[in-house]
Design a binder for this molecule. Structure first.
Ligand code: ADP
Length: 515
């Protein structure tokens, strides 16, 4: 690889490939972080939903408690007044079974249910005696200005939840609540509203694992979170996402991101690669064009210098013998021929490339055409120490071709065989046919062509840069010209070559195309 291309490659790696790689790796490693952040956000959201339901149930009980504030002992004695005050509370809340009020010594006890004042329930006194410690705590809170509710239960009445709290006048109050009704009538609308369309929220009896209430029919899925209800400790709140679990939602998002990052990185790398290849191609072409100019200049300069030198010698009359004069004339003539050959090749090339070559396809005897070429080149080759063999096909080979163009192609190939032969100077011209095509082959035992170069030698201006070949002059246009000519004939070129052994160029003219 040449220096500028290496520089461009390095530049592209530095400004595109490395940042992409860095970005890709960073993004992939941060996916896990994102996953846990999303999970944390969801967990927080769920926790706040459960918290708001708990808070709401406490607010309800607090509002019930407000009804009892300001009721003095005399008031309690006066059943009518008390009943009036509490009728609305009982009417609006079917879950409230009864209220029990007593002083801290448990001496004066009042028991009110929806029918009015009743005889106090002895069980409640037991309940309070068994909860002395929490009651003391409730008193301490009250002294500091807080009204707290202490849940308590009796094993003989599992369906009822007792809530103990202290009234402003320091009396102890107990609400007896039907747990299930409380959930169904007091909490359900709040649960519905916080669950919205996103979550399924349910209240479950933690002891029997029975579903008390749920916003939707529960499928066999576990809850993302379960939390006890503060005031109904035997019940718990369960919550899950509708449709998918958080886990699968997060995983789905992460894998989508992962695919996007990988896809994007690959795309960007492909674009970088494509850019690199284009630039490389342009740089190579620019270099090749440069080489072409210097090659052609060199090719023109040598014959011109020779012509100049011998013509000057002759003009000055320095050559005395006729023999020498003739020799110089011959040199001038052959160098002039060489010059016109080079110029013709360039002209033919630009004409063909510009599409200005008018092909004239005529049914032609291929053997006749190749024989003509053989005869006119035989002398020249043998004179240069070559063994030049001709192996025509035994039958007539008729093909519809432009004979001038095909001759040009064959002559170019023979020229190359001469140029690129070293120790074994042998060129064979062959004609033949296969099932579908007629072919002309030019075989030499010369330097051969490496596998790598075999792919490139038909490119415009391309010249192999290895070893001896480099020393041979040329324009890099010969094989491109051959290719253009064969394309015009809808034909094919096949090359078989091995370095140090020789090369065979086969030109195939399809038979279908020939009539
Ligand atoms: P030029 O001969 O002017 O360099 P061509 O297009 O005819 O240009 O050939 C391109 C390259 O292909 C040559 O530079 C040479 O390396 C290689 N090549 C062509 N013909 C032969 C051959 N018969 N043997 C070995 N190498 C060849």
């Amino acid at each position: 690889m040449t220096k500028p291309i290496k520089k461009i490659g390095l530049f592209l790696i530095l400004i595109i490939a490395l940042p992409i790689l860095f970005f890709g790796i960073r993004e992939i490693t941060s996916l896990n972080e994102n996953e846990s952040v999303i999970e944390e956000i969801y967990t927080n959201q769920i926790e706040s939903i459960l918290f708001s339901i708990n808070q709401y149930s406490e607010d309800i009980i607090r509002s019930w408690g407000m009804h009892l504030e300001g009721i003095t002992e005399e008031g309690l004695q006066n059943g009518d007044k008390l009943e009036k005050k509490l009728t609305q509370l009982f009417n609006n809340n079917a879950s409230l079974n009864y209220i029990f009020i007593t002083d801290s010594m448990l001496t004066n006890k009042f028991f009110i249910d929806r029918k009015g004042l009743q005889k106090p329930h002895t069980n409640i006194s037991h309940l309070l005696k068994g909860n002395q410690q929490p009651i003391n705590r409730l008193y301490r809170y009250k002294e500091n200005g807080f009204t707290k509710f202490e849940p308590a239960s009796l094993s003989i009445d599992r369906g009822t939840q007792f809530l103990i709290f202290i009234l402003d006048n320091k009396q102890i109050c107990v609400f007896a609540i039907d747990k299930q009704k409380f959930v169904e009538q007091n909490l359900s609308s709040k649960i519905q509203s916080v669950a919205r369309n996103e979550f399924i929220v349910a209240v479950i009896d933690s002891i029997s694992n029975q579903n008390i209430y749920s916003t939707e029919i529960l499928q066999d899925r576990t809850f993302e979170q379960r939390k006890s209800l503060w005031l109904l400790p035997e019940y718990s709140l369960g919550i899950m996402l509708k449709g998918q679990t958080i886990d699968s939602l997060v995983k789905q998002r992460s894998s989508l991101n992962l695919y996007l990052i990988i896809g994007l990185s690959i795309l960007m790398l492909l674009v970088a690669l494509w850019g690199y290849r284009n630039i490389k191609h342009e740089v190579e072409l620019a270099q090749i064009k440069n080489d072409f100019v210097s090659n052609v200049s060199h090719e023109l300069r040598t014959p011109l210098a020779l012509i100049n030198m011998f013509a000057e010698t002759l003009t000055l009359g320095r050559v005395s013998s006729d023999e020498k004069r003739n020799e110089y004339y011959n040199i001038i003539q052959s160098e002039a021929e060489r010059l016109s050959k080079i110029v013709n090749k360039i002209l033919s090339f630009s004409k063909i490339e510009a599409g200005k070559w008018k092909y004239n396809f005529v049914k032609t005897d291929i053997n006749l055409l190749t024989e003509k070429i053989y005869n006119s080149y035989k002398y020249h080759l043998e004179n240069s120490g070559f063994q030049f063999l001709y192996k025509p096909f035994t039958e007539t080979l008729a093909a519809k071709i432009d004979s001038e163009a095909v001759s040009e192609a064959v002559i170019n190939l023979i020229d190359n065989s001469i140029k690129y032969s070293d120790k074994v100077k042998k060129v064979v011209l062959i004609t033949g046919r296969t099932k579908n095509a007629i072919y002309i082959e030019i075989e030499d035992s010369g330097l051969g062509i490496s596998k790598d170069d075999q792919k490139k030698i038909f490119d415009k201006f391309y010249r192999s840069s290895s070893g001896n070949i480099h020393n041979t002059k040329g324009t890099g246009l010969g094989l491109t010209l051959v290719k253009y000519i064969m394309d015009a004939h809808k034909g094919e070129i096949k090359l078989t070559s091995e370095p140090e052994k020789g090369s065979r160029f086969s030109l195939f003219f399809p038979i279908n195309n020939n009539d």
